[in-house]
Design a protein around this ligand. Structure first.
Ligand code: MLT
Length: 394
């Protein structure tokens, strides 16, 4: 028996597990410290009333002979795919066919699972810093990775360069971790690159609902030519507070064909083999969040987090700490003061302010010297964290 040796090529622990471990150790030595978590991007607002109502109603239906649902369609119920398709139409002016939409338990799983349909010899391009899932899932499979530096010199938005040979390209916009977002022009350059080279863009749109800038597309399908080169991943986690409920979706356009095969058909084959779909009550709740009343409620939560981000940005500006993000994104990517390294600043902030951030170096070499803060905490905690930071660093 042989194990998959590629697992030896990744860090022993996932970034957020390492952060959690350091916090656990700190708490063991500092009982009762009033920690404020601005590390992992987990939401704090409760589910919106429309989602709760739909969950209850669907669960009650499941307790009746007429309303009981067993295995659902692997691709997701038509009622949810219909709502997603209407949402794209309203939100981005994008028309999707229902059979291009695949409902799942979240973008993270799909971003890793999609690799099943690609050969191991493909070269993968990722930005650096990067959401660790893109790198780790490919390294686990033994794929070669090319890193595209995202630094203040390119506004944290790497572009294709002469000589770049990439078969699979991960783009996350608005970006996790930097919060930077591609505008239409820049995204068009990536789409043209992918079509010319026969590459596939894996576009992570998990933070699209935080976009306020009209120049920033909410979906890659707003860009001409994208339907023949891009797969889009999205999630209800950050948009509707579903991190503990689990629901997302992936779009594989019918026009995306490689080696004469529709990738949509391959993904359908993969999902029908390895996945049994998302539970009926959860899909009802997700659908409720896209209808008028529910959507208004979830956007109130997004506005709440965006106001937190504004408060944080104000503090970092006052302290003259260079940062990006926070405008179209719940993340603020902040340069550590005094040239400190990421983990050193993480430890300093934890011990002196009892505030948890995420060390930028955990997202890649170019993240060294930065940390990421999330705006997902409560208003009171956000204000309190900023007060502590101001007191210590002013
Ligand atoms: C993050 O903090 O980067 C996110 O919570 C990760 C995720 O959505 O899986």
């Amino acid at each position: 028996m042989k194990i998959n040796k590629h697992y030896m090529d990744i860090e022993e622990t996932y970034l957020f597990s390492e952060v959690a471990e350091r916090v656990r150790k700190f708490m063991a030595e500092n009982h009762g410290a009033a920690l404020i978590k601005m590390g992992i991007g987990d939401v704090t607002r409760p589910l919106c009333p429309a989602a709760v109502e739909a969950l209850i109603k669907a669960s009650e239906e499941m307790g009746t002979a007429e309303g009981f649902h067993g295995y659902g369609p692997e691709q997701g119920y038509e009622f949810l795919r219909g709502e997603i398709s209407d949402y794209y139409d309203r939100n981005s002016g994008v028309n999707l066919f229902s059979d291009e939409i695949f409902v799942s338990d979240g973008a993270k799983s799909d971003l890793g699972n999609i690799l099943d349909i690609f050969d191991v010899d493909n070269v993968v391009a990722v930005t650096d810093p990067v959401y660790p899932v893109y790198v780790d899932t490919n390294v686990m499979a033994g794929r070669k990775i090319v890193k595209l530096s995202a630094t203040s010199d390119n506004a944290f938005l790497p572009m294709p360069f002469p000589g770049l040979e990439a078969d699979i390209i991960y783009l996350c916009s608005p970006n996790n971790p930097t919060g930077a977002a591609y505008d239409r022009q820049r995204l068009q350059i990536w789409v043209d690159y992918a079509n010319e080279h026969g590459s596939v863009i894996l576009f992570d749109a998990a933070y699209e609902s935080f976009i306020s800038d009209p120049d920033v597309p909410r979906s890659i399908y707003e860009i001409e030519g994208s339907r023949s080169c891009a797969i889009e991943f999205c999630s209800f986690s950050k948009t509707a507070g579903f991190t503990g409920v689990r629901c997302g979706y992936t779009i594989v356009p019918a026009g995306l064909v490689r080696d004469g095969v529709q990738l949509r058909k391959m993904w359908l084959r993969r999902q029908t083999t390895k996945f049994n779909g998302v539970s009926y009550p959860v899909q009802r709740a997700a659908a409720a969040c896209l209808k008028d009343a529910g959507h208004k409620q979830i956007m109130e939560n997004i506005a709440y987090y965006k106001e937190n981000a504004r408060i944080m940005a104000e503090t970092f500006e006052e302290l003259k700490w260079p940062f990006t993000g926070g405008k179209n994104s719940p993340y603020l990517w902040v340069r550590c003061p005094g040239g400190m390294k990421s983990w050193a600043f993480f430890d300093d902030l934890l011990s002196r302010a009892n505030v948890i951030c995420t060390p930028g170096s955990g997202f890649g070499e170019c993240g060294e010297g930065y940390v990421r803060f999330t705006s997902f905490n409560t208003r009171d905690n956000t204000i309190e964290a900023m007060k502590r930071i101001r007191e210590i660093f002013t």
